[in-house]
Design a protein around this ligand. Structure first.
Ligand code: GLA
Length: 744
């Protein structure tokens, strides 16, 4: 029951129903339906996921046919019923279904066969939380309902709880899995996917977000073909190389039209999204923890909770899917006081000074930043231990006296006296050989006995699965954050995990090390973010190496890439926006020529790209000319004005930079009364085309005034007719169009 606005109590429609006669579960809201059923022999079969169906009449039961080389149910003689051809909800191994399994179990006798059948189910209101793991949440139980179907392998007494949560007002179904060993023998989980989705025979494309350090999340789209295609990370973390998000869509789906299914994994470690088209052109998707180096021992009565996958359905193209993810991640993944707060404009000293700074040098930057209206100073790497370059001091989170002879508090007070906030950089999961932490605890890092661990950026990874390691880091950070008056923390992670071995685990549990690392990390993040609720936390991993829905549960924003070149950022930010909200994507104006690409771009273009995210600067303001500083002051003023629309409006991609010499996107206020569009032209030409820009997301029945020119144009005209853009006779140009509704 909910109270409606006029205070009348109304009964909410149930979101999940079970038809006893047909044995069909129907999860539905006003946008979508998800149908599954208990099939013959207690097999849980998949029927449908897509646009809402009012009443299901049973047309999608899988047809029966005797297929060569496809096994049948044990103990039966029906040759037409085969698990190999059925659309299923969650498959094991060894039961005649030869496709990618969701679950792989090594039984006590060494066998891998498991036969999962329906045992019971429950429908509960709200959404249960996942112990020790981030997950989408509800604010009231009326917002969602959850179906929990319990499957069992009778022989081993292994139980599998499948969780399906449907939200009332979102195009989302969240899925997760919990495994319980109710038998008498110890078993090993070799693979636990968090979900499986079988599509019937239809042509599909798969979209993924591959990349590299300083080159993250480029949209890749390809046709699903026979065989298995895997998108994964075995680097111990989400990774720059392959993000933990995929989408499947019809071949003709574009940004505005067509069906698309998005899968976002709420997890920050190894992941695997696999897509397999089988012999009958049916496609199976599984998403979960990567089974590479995974082996979890489950003794009798122990349970294993697999992380969550957020599944979004849209029949309004890729933009429709992205908007659902943006709202969901912003409103029901991100938590804490800063989740809806406008994020401050920062100046970060990394690309301005690298390690070469001291208090007086930084104060000059702070003074300049204050003059242009910047709101926060972020002290990046190099303020701790005796760190003058990147080969020492990680693990020693005490202030470097040489750089701050009067203590950090004096500097942070100075920043605050200028009316600005103070942020600081940490890399809490790492250790340098040259550190007091290593000298005191040489066993704290991940390393295999008898082997020299692999260095990367001259640093090593702490075993976050160990309580004493986490406590040490927590206490050091707590001490610093309590005494130095800090408003923001940038949580960095600058290498991937090798030498995966934990000195506190026995040999038969070494396959748990990587997941225990992530669980330990989450515990530490929970503790710190709860202890310091006023701090704005920003994730980072050499730029965007750990942008995922799991990390966003603790930190509402993340540094999108170490590549600050405006043109490179177009494709990075375009790709990132597919699955992640703009309020989570930080972007800075840096110097030109750019330090990563050597490309020279206009200051305006750099600002327009950075203003399309959570805005800031990362350059030495003391080296800028008076004209440049004036321009920056104007940019800062403008961003403050458009910030609510940028960070909390609806974001729509208009022109894809991967296929064009241009790129465009628009931010529209939720009430459609204001909009900001950006358009970028990459290379200029002696024979330029006359480019029309057509906007989207506006109100067709209202008129909008261009704030810069005063011209009034109808929303319908802006979206359909569009307008010709001014042609610039130079490379890398950009345009910003700010519109406000007028009543004339
Ligand atoms: C990573 C981050 C950068 C910067 C450096 C400091 O690369 O992504 O922004 O903080 O570390 O070492």
């Amino acid at each position: 029951m909910t109270k409606s606005e006029n205070n009348l109590t109304q009964v909410n429609e149930p979101l999940i129903t079970f038809d006893q006669k047909t044995q069909v579960f129907h999860l539905h809201n006003k946008h979508l339906s998800y149908l599954l059923s208990i099939d013959e022999g207690g097999i849980l079969s998949h029927l449908y996921f897509g646009r809402r169906i009012r009443n299901y009449h049973g047309q999608r039961r899988s047809p029966r046919r005797d297929r060569g080389f496809s096994g049948n149910l044990p103990g039966t003689t029906d040759r037409t019923y085969s698990l190999d051809s059925l659309l299923r909800e969650y498959s094991g191994k060894g039961d005649g279904d030869f496709r990618t399994p969701a679950l792989v179990v090594r039984q006590a006798d060494g066998s891998h066969t498991i036969f999962l059948t329906y045992r019971s189910h429950q429908i509960v209101s709200g959404k249960p939380s996942l112990e020790g793991l981030p997950a989408a949440y509800v604010e009231t139980d009326e917002e969602a309902q959850t179906l929990i179907v319990t499957l069992e392998d009778e022989v081993s007494s292994l139980r599998v709880d499948l969780f399906y949560t449907i939200y009332r007002d979102r195009n989302v179904v969240a899925r997760s899995v919990k495994i319980k060993n109710t038998g008498r023998t110890t078993i090993h989980l070799e693979k636990v996917a968090s979900m499986q989705m079988d599509f019937n025979n239809r042509p599909l494309d798969v979209i993924s977000l591959p990349g590299a350090h300083a080159n993250e999340r480029h949209q890749q789209r390809e046709a699903v073909g026979f065989g298995i295609k895997e998108f994964s990370s075995s680097r111990g973390t989400t990774s720059h190389q392959m993000n933990s998000f995929i989408a499947l869509c019809d071949p003709d789906t574009n940004e505005f039209h067509g069906e698309v299914y998005g899968f976002s994994f709420v997890y920050s470690g190894n992941h695997k999204e696999s897509v397999e088209m089988d012999q009958f052109r049916q496609t199976r998707v599984t998403v979960g923890i990567n089974d590479d180096q995974f082996d979890w021992q489950l003794t009798p009565n122990e349970s294993f909770q697999a992380p969550e996958v957020l599944m979004v359905y849209s029949n309004h193209g890729l933009n429709g899917m992205s908007q659902t993810f943006h709202h969901l991640l912003r409103e029901r993944i991100a938590r804490g006081k800063n989740k809806y707060r406008e994020r401050p404009i920062v100046i970060n000293n990394w690309e301005a000074t690298f390690f070469d700074f001291n208090e007086s040098k930084l104060k000059k930057i702070v003074d300049e930043a204050k003059n242009v209206g910047i709101e926060m100073f972020v002290l990046d790497d190099g303020w701790f231990g005796h760190r003058d370059n990147d080969d020492s001091s990680l693990g020693d989170w005490q202030v470097f006296e040489k750089k701050f002879p009067n203590g950090l508090r004096r500097f942070s007070d100075y920043v605050h006296q200028q009316g600005m906030k103070m942020g600081i950089w940490f890399e809490p999961e790492m250790i340098s050989y040259d550190s007091d932490l290593y000298r005191q605890h040489p066993d704290y890092l991940l390393k295999v006995p008898g082997r020299k661990p692999t260095p990367s950026r001259d640093q090593y990874v702490l075993d976050m699965g160990r309580q004493e390691v986490r406590d040490n880091i927590f206490n050091q950070m707590k001490q610093l954050l309590q005494t130095e008056n800090i408003d923001y923390v940038k949580w960095d992670m600058n290498r991937h995990l090798t030498d995966v071995y934990s000195t506190v685990l026995p040999a038969e549990r070494q396959g748990e090390t990587l997941h225990r690392y992530v669980l330990g990390l989450y515990e530490l993040l929970e503790k710190l973010t709860t202890k310091f609720p006023n701090i704005l936390w920003e994730g980072c991993s050499g730029g965007g190496g750990r942008i995922d829905a799991g990390f966003m549960y603790y930190m509402p924003q993340s540094w999108a890439s170490d590549n600050t070149d405006a043109i490179a950022r177009l494709t990075i930010q375009y790709g990132t926006s597919l699955a992640y909200p703009i309020s989570s994507m930080t972007a800075h104006v840096s110097e030109s020529p750019n330090q990563q690409t050597g490309r020279a771009t206009p200051l305006k273009t750099r600002a327009d790209v950075a203003m399309s995210g959570v805005f800031g600067y990362e350059l030495d303001l003391t080296k800028m000319t008076a004209m440049e500083k004036m321009a920056i002051k104007k940019q800062v003023t403008l961003y403050k004005e458009i910030r609510p629309v940028i960070q909390y409006g609806n974001f729509i991609r208009l022109i894809n930079p991967n296929q064009n010499n241009r790129c465009a996107w628009i931010f529209v206020a939720p009430d459609k009364k204001e909009a900001v569009a950006f358009s970028f032209h990459v290379l200029s030409s002696a024979q330029p085309t006359f480019d029309v820009l057509r906007l989207a997301g506006l109100d067709s029945d209202r008129n909008y005034q261009n704030v810069a020119t005063g011209k009034v144009i109808g929303g319908d005209e802006l979206m359909n007719t569009g307008f010709y853009e001014k042609i610039d006779n130079f490379d890398f140009s950009s345009h910003l169009y700010h519109f406000k509704v007028v009543t004339v």
